[in-house]
Design a protein around this ligand. Structure first.
Ligand code: UDP
Length: 332
């Protein structure tokens, strides 16, 4: 297969590119490096079957050519991260809505299957856990920037399903829950890389709110396996799938586990949401996926538990910190 990965220099996209190349697919990455990093794919450059374009997916000419030359599109390009959403909502809304509009429009031009990366954020602050794909969504007011991300991703889903119904474009929607692993950056707010970095530097771990909110963290390796499984499954077309683990943990417990596994001397500090994000910030108390649909469709379930992933992230972050220290020394 010839795969096109939008956002292929990002955290999930780069792992997906690696896995597809390993099984013999040809891979083209398009990424404008707005949040992705070239170093995430640097080790793939020169491998047979791999090519990349540093370009925005809004460049119609480039996208037209790349889509016409591929067999299917993994559309992962998006503005992500709660911190980024709150600080730059215009960029988030425009990137997510215009980007997906372009991918679907050009995908339909050449009738290419589109796998769309959506998010558990679309469930909003619903308390009906575990979240089933067909459950109602509960979102806060438009005056709270956070909800713009959920709305932009929901709009992407609506548009993809509309293309499926109206033009029989093969689409598959993937709602990623909290995905973690090596290479993820904490720059845009994600909790695990932030905690691991803080722990390794023996700095205080910043737990937002009372720390009793919960999440289920999934290894990027398990997520990539799910993505490829769905791409290969004709029966997945036209459907929405949750992709996530069901190992629920409070953020305070996550902080304690990170400190223990990293052998850190760090303490925990509690930071009010208003201070961490914006006035009146709303968080979700629990977020757990119902994964019966993807289990039934392709037999997928996660294989790596939280401690296993944390150990991998800690090892990766140690290396990154060492590299950063070396670069600093070289500059001095
Ligand atoms: N969080 C935290 N400290 C941080 C960053 C995030 O306590 O330094 C919390 C955040 O408020 C949320 C959870 O960790 O309750 C997960 O945050 P993340 O941004 O990783 O993902 P989300 O589930 O919010 O999309």
């Amino acid at each position: 297969m010839r795969a096109l990965i939008t956002g292929g220099c990002g955290f999930i996209g780069s792992h997906l590119a690696e896995a597809l190349l390993a099984r013999g697919d040809e891979v083209t990455v398009i990424d404008d490096l707005s949040t992705g990093q070239f170093e995430n794919i640097a080790h793939l450059v020169g491998r047979p079957g791999f090519r990349f374009a540093i370009e925005t997916i809004l460049n119609e000419t480039v996208m037209d050519r790349l889509v016409s030359e591929c067999d299917l599109i993994y559309h992962l390009a998006a503005a992500v991260g709660v911190e980024l959403i709150v600080s730059d909502p215009v960029r988030v809304i425009e990137t997510n809505i215009k980007g997906t509009d372009a991918v679907l429009r050009i995908g339909a031009r050449y009738r290419k299957k589109v796998l769309l990366a959506s998010s558990s954020e679309v469930y909003g602050k619903s308390e009906e856990v575990p979240f089933h794909e067909d459950a109602d969504r509960v979102l806060g007011p438009t005056t709270r920037s956070r909800w713009s991300y959920a709305c932009s991703k929901a709009m992407d889903e609506f548009l993809a399903l509309a293309y499926f119904r109206r033009y029989a474009l093969p689409v598959v929607i993937m709602r990623f829950f909290n995905t973690i692993g090596p290479r993820q950056t904490g720059r845009y707010g994600m909790v695990v890389p932030r905690f691991v970095r803080q722990a390794l530097l023996n700095q205080p771990l910043t737990v937002y709110g009372d720390g009793q909110q919960t999440r289920c963290f999934t290894s990027v390796k398990d997520v990539v396996r799910a993505v490829i499984g769905l791409a290969d499954a004709p029966q997945a077309v036209g459907q929405v799938f949750n992709i996530g683990s069901q190992e629920e943990v409070t953020i305070e417990a996550l902080a304690r586990r990170t400190i223990a596994l990293a052998g850190s001397r760090s303490e925990i500090v509690f930071v009010p949401y208003d201070q961490a994000y914006e006035q009146g910030f709303e968080d979700m108390r629990r977020r757990v996926p119902d994964i019966s649909r993807i289990k039934r469709a392709i037999g997928w379930e996660p294989q790596i538990n939280l401690d296993g992933i944390l150990l991998e992230v800690i090892a990766d972050m140690r290396q990154r910190l060492e590299r950063e220290a070396l670069q600093k020394e070289e500059r001095l």
